[in-house]
Design a protein. Structure first.
Length: 263
């Protein structure tokens, strides 16, 4: 009898040890990405963060109780947008899940968080349509976002960048659609292209000057063979390749830097 009791006790202890481990795994929201898993995680979390529970609170507060929106809540808090969102009369919010944020390069996310009132606010604002709560069935079309830029919705496709994975989550003042990607507004991508331009300007100018020098010799006559060196001599045409290579490398380096910084 005593042996049986000991076995039962050991079994109970083993169960208690297994349960916390399973719970810890369930809380790793960065790995919860598909619709079914997201809904299960939300519905098994705190009551205030369930699909039904979120309906009682304004969107900023409601999101703070949702187990798959923890990174978004951190970002909104850093940008000091909680009160702005909570006080709005009507919003449509495209909320990137923790899985969506996990897909970002860590350095990129840190850069955005380091500029809360600039880059971070600009990116977050692109995920919000102010003035109306739009259900997924009525979403298709072009809309002005919180920052004044236009976002295009086509079914579950959001601006060609993200997909709605859990639609129509209601809060007291917003309709929230969970999405699988953190989107970038046109102003950010255009800035990246603009910032990249000066980096390849110098090599281009150098190449243009080399071409002009090659067009004429010291006495103004067109060369009859080879490529002018600009010093009265000639060189094989392959000597112009380093200018091209320099331009390409400079362009790629600049774009890489901007992409790491833009989100």
């Amino acid at each position: 009898m005593r042996t049986r009791s000991i076995r039962l006790l050991l079994g109970l202890l083993a169960g208690l040890l297994i349960l916390p481990a399973s719970g810890a795994a369930a809380q790793d929201s960065s790995t919860i990405c598909d619709t079914d898993a997201l809904v299960e995680a939300v519905q098994s979390g705190a009551e205030e963060g369930t699909l039904e529970g979120m309906a009682d609170d304004p969107v900023g507060t409601a999101a703070s109780s949702n187990p798959v929106l923890t990174t978004l809540v951190t970002a909104v808090s850093e940008a000091e947008l909680v009160d702005t969102l909570n006080s709005a009369e009507a919003l449509t919010v495209f909320a990137p899940t923790d899985c969506a944020f996990a897909a970002l390069d860590a350095a990129t996310l840190e850069a955005a968080l380091a500029d809360p009132t600039g880059l971070l606010t600009q990116v977050l604002g692109f995920h919000v349509i102010a003035g109306e709560q739009i259900a997924s069935a009525d979403l298709s079309g072009d809309y002005e976002t919180f920052t004044g830029e236009t976002i295009t919705i086509n079914g579950t496709d959001v601006d060609g960048q993200a997909t709605i994975v859990v639609p129509d989550v209601q809060t007291a003042n917003a309709t929230v659609h969970l999405i699988d990607t953190v989107m970038l507004p046109p102003s950010v991508t255009e800035a990246a292209q603009t910032d990249a331009a000066p980096s390849d300007a110098a090599p281009t100018e150098a190449a243009d000057e080399a071409t002009e020098d090659a067009a004429t010799t010291d006495d103004g006559a067109a060369p009859t063979g080879g490529v002018a060196t600009g010093a009265g001599g000639t060189a094989d045409s392959s000597t112009t390749l380093p200018f091209v290579a320099m331009g390409l490398l400079a362009s790629l380096a600049a774009v890489g830097f901007v992409v790491r910084r833009r989100v």
